[in-house]
Design a protein around this ligand. Structure first.
Ligand code: 9WN
Length: 409
């Protein structure tokens, strides 16, 4: 649809701050990790050098321990809270102190495949950085091959019901008074509750006060949850990183061992009680019991065969627009509240990549068409109501525009 193509390209141009893209002005005025990777794929449709620049700017914020932060605060902007002073990141640029789903290697591989041989210099420079980042996940987030988070924001699925039980065990004592900015941009009932924000800030305080000492956070934080978004994207990313190393003539056995460990670790996320992958609270040993859109990333990771197929068909059959971020059959489902129900276009893209590779081409194509419809209905919103496709959250959103250009259109 030419009109939507033009609008999508205009959104990318408007959110471009020169070498990096903000998710949307006002609500998110900084560079976010996985948002930037999707942005790069949007740029790649018409400007490959700009696509590489997006990724390279992201990696310019990599910490000495290998971590690639979830937010880089290139230029302070008071329209977002919490800003750089609250985070107290210890990297080369002002940043947050946590990471985000490691989808970069997968999409760097896709960029390279369409930009040979020019892309080779970029790949050669990025591969060691990717290896350091992936190793950081093993060192600090690994639990028997499953990948944990130390903060919900790390998964990018901020207020999914997966965190309800671990959050109930946290008393957010000693946090400073704060003023949220998100609810000045977006309706309150489309955002996390204050109850959640208190706990988000409590977990940031633990990290900041330790100067982001990962050993301390791993042993002392009340929040350590193994998560399908992280485990599945890292497993997939390692397969793609290995392919990049091989293409550069540099085989890497460390990555092979990571793949084996993650494939085995994924099994810890299988919850036989609900017949689905979900989150596992390392502090209590309990599963979350939530079927989320991240549960359906198993195909993207190449694990589990068709274990998720029954739930996939049931859930897609229950909504007009899918894949809802929480199973509509779950008691905590809220169709407009952020990660508790709405549809996220870029998650659909990842799910569809997995479906297609697993031999479910018709389902992958149906999900693409359904995503194109929701964007045609609701515009380039941050997320959408699964019942009618109405827009929710931020508008003129980079990853929705990029997902349109690179996949859904
Ligand atoms: C906190 C930028 C980010 C996304 C996340 C999404 C949201 C931030 C927030 O926005 O999180 O990182 O302040 O709500 O949940 O996935 O990367 O688009």
């Amino acid at each position: 649809m030419p009109d939507l193509d033009t609008r999508a390209r205009a959104i990318l141009a408007r959110n471009d701050r020169g070498g990096y893209t903000v998710p949307t002005a006002g609500l998110y005025p900084y560079q976010w990790n996985w948002d930037s990777v999707f942005a790069a794929m949007g740029f790649a449709e018409h400007d490959l050098p700009r696509a590489w620049a997006e990724i390279e700017t992201l990696f310019s914020g990599q910490w000495a321990n290998g971590m690639v932060p979830h937010i880089l605060f290139h230029k302070v902007d008071p329209s977002y809270f919490p800003g750089p002073d609250v985070w107290g990141g210890t990297g080369p640029l002002p940043s947050s102190g946590i990471s985000q789903p490691p989808i970069a290697a997968t999409f760097i591989r896709a960029l390279y495949e369409r930009d040979r041989p020019a892309g080779e210099a970029h790949v050669r420079a990025l591969v060691p950085k990717l290896c350091d980042w992936h190793r950081w996940f093993f060192d600090w987030r690994g639990e028997d091959g499953a990948i944990c988070v130390s903060h919900p924001w790390e998964t990018g699925r901020d207020n999914t019901p997966d965190w309800d039980a671990p959050f109930a065990a946290i008393q957010p004592e000693g946090i400073d008074d704060y003023a949220r900015r998100d609810t000045s941009h977006v309706a309150e009932d489309e955002r996390p509750r204050s109850y959640d924000y208190d706990r988000y800030l409590y977990l940031v305080k633990i990290g900041r006060e330790s100067r982001w000492d990962e050993a301390h956070i791993k042993s002392a934080s009340p929040f350590r949850v193994a998560d399908p978004t992280m485990t599945f994207t890292l497993l997939r990313a390692n397969r793609d990183l290995l392919a990049l190393c091989q293409a550069m003539g540099e085989p890497n056995c460390e990555i092979e061992s990571w793949i084996t460990a993650l494939a085995a670790g994924s099994e810890h996320l299988w919850n036989p009680d609900i017949g689905s992958y979900d989150c596992l609270d390392i502090r209590t040993g309990r599963h979350s019991g939530v079927i989320s859109n991240a549960s359906h990333l198993a195909w993207y990771a190449g694990v589990g065969g068709d274990r998720m197929l029954g739930h996939y068909d049931r859930i897609m059959g229950a909504v007009r627009f899918g894949m809802p971020s929480t199973d509509p059959g779950h008691h905590a489902y809220e169709p407009r509240r952020y990660w508790r129900g709405p549809v996220w276009a870029m998650m659909n893209w990842l799910i569809a990549i997995g479906l297609a590779e697993a031999g479910h081409a018709a389902r992958a194509e149906a999900l693409r068409r359904n995503t194109a419809d929701v964007i045609a209905t609701g515009g380039f919103a941050e997320y959408f109501d699964p019942r009618d496709g109405s827009p929710a959250g931020g508008r003129d959103f980079t990853w929705t525009a990029a997902t349109w250009l690179a996949w859904a259109s």
